[in-house]
Design a protein around this ligand. Structure first.
Ligand SMILES: [Fe+2]
Length: 189
């Protein structure tokens, strides 16, 4: 049971006192339990996003994760695959970095890195058409998560726009999302 504060709540942080600050901190800690709910809502909000692709972004997310799961990847990779584009509910700009920071306290360092840099790896398949460097991934050569991220981009992400693929619904991944985002969050350095 999370304590509630019964006194008059201060309206400025520089007026916080210790007892009130501890109640607020405990309420924020307890709120972590709802992280998975918010992630699931955010993923569901990808559905209206189509941007002329052959499938919407929710199907793309589920299809990318299904491909990772069916290839035998571990839980963090599957959930990272599901979440890799979830910041697109706000903006396409820097969506990889934004999604990576959101999942960072809950997943392995490799999966954080995979999501953060997936766009550079994805570029191999279309950057040339936009006048960008298709070998952008090579700047990351030697990183411990390079091979994982290459596998993710080449085998799971860039091929996950197929309306005829047997794509499971978001509900298929719900227990996995709850397991990962139910972990005690790690503090990022
Ligand atoms: Fe993607």
């Amino acid at each position: 049971m999370v304590a509630t504060f019964t006194g008059k709540k201060p309206t400025r942080m520089d007026q916080f006192e210790e007892d009130y600050t501890l109640v607020v901190a405990a309420a924020i800690d307890a709120d972590v339990a709802r992280t998975a709910d918010r992630v699931l809502v955010n993923l569901a909000n990808l559905e209206p996003l189509v941007q002329e692709f052959a499938v919407n972004q929710l199907v793309h997310a589920c299809q990318t994760a299904a491909r990772a799961e069916r290839a035998g990847e571990d839980l963090d990779v599957v959930v990272g695959s599901l979440c890799h584009d979830m910041a697109k509910t706000i903006t396409n700009a820097n969506h990889g970095g934004a999604a990576a920071e959101l999942i960072r306290p809950f997943v392995s360092d490799d999966v954080f890195w995979m999501v953060k840099h997936h766009q550079d790896f994805q570029g191999k398949h279309y950057y040339e058409l936009l006048g960008l460097d298709p070998d952008a991934r090579e700047h990351h050569a030697g990183h411990p998560a390079f091979d994982l991220t290459a596998r993710f981009a080449d085998d799971y992400d860039q091929v996950a726009f197929d309306p005829d693929y047997d794509t499971p619904p978001l509900e298929h991944f719900e227990a996995m999302v709850r397991e990962v985002f139910g972990r005690k969050p790690r503090r990022a350095e």
